[in-house]
Design a protein. Structure first.
Length: 126
């Protein structure tokens, strides 16, 4: 593996947690291994590993983008990851308010529902 892959795997574990990454790694097959390697190097080893933004800021941006694009399952995963990135429920609320204005109220409304359910599962009272 490359240094970028190893760096990406470390950041991925920091953000998503060992349990999530271990499940994803165990589920990897020959079919999706190139894709998994690409996102580990590209998303986690390059974008998330950059010094340009904090993990908190990246978390907020990522959730807003995922919500705006309707990637609901990924929204929940990244809301769970806020436990590791330092993004607060108030941060996520602000990010989703931006989604409402720039990507549409229905997308933001649905993302708020997902975030509330996810925070409840995490034992976080809003």
């Amino acid at each position: 593996m490359t240094d970028r892959y190893n760096d990406g795997m470390a950041v991925r574990r920091t953000v998503l947690g060992d349990a999530h990454v271990d499940r994803a790694t165990a589920a990897k097959t020959d079919f999706d291994a190139p894709f998994q390697d690409m996102i580990t190097e590209g998303a986690w080893g390059t974008v998330w590993n950059s010094d340009g933004l904090t993990l908190r800021e990246r978390s907020m941006i990522t959730i807003a983008l995922l919500a705006g694009l309707g990637n609901d399952g990924e929204v929940a995963m990244h809301v769970r990851a806020t436990a590791n990135t330092g993004a607060t429920p108030q941060d996520i609320r602000e990010a989703l308010m931006h989604v409402a204005i720039y990507a549409g109220v229905p997308r933001a409304n649905h993302a708020f529902k997902i975030a509330k359910e996810t925070y409840k599962e995490m034992g976080i009272d809003l």
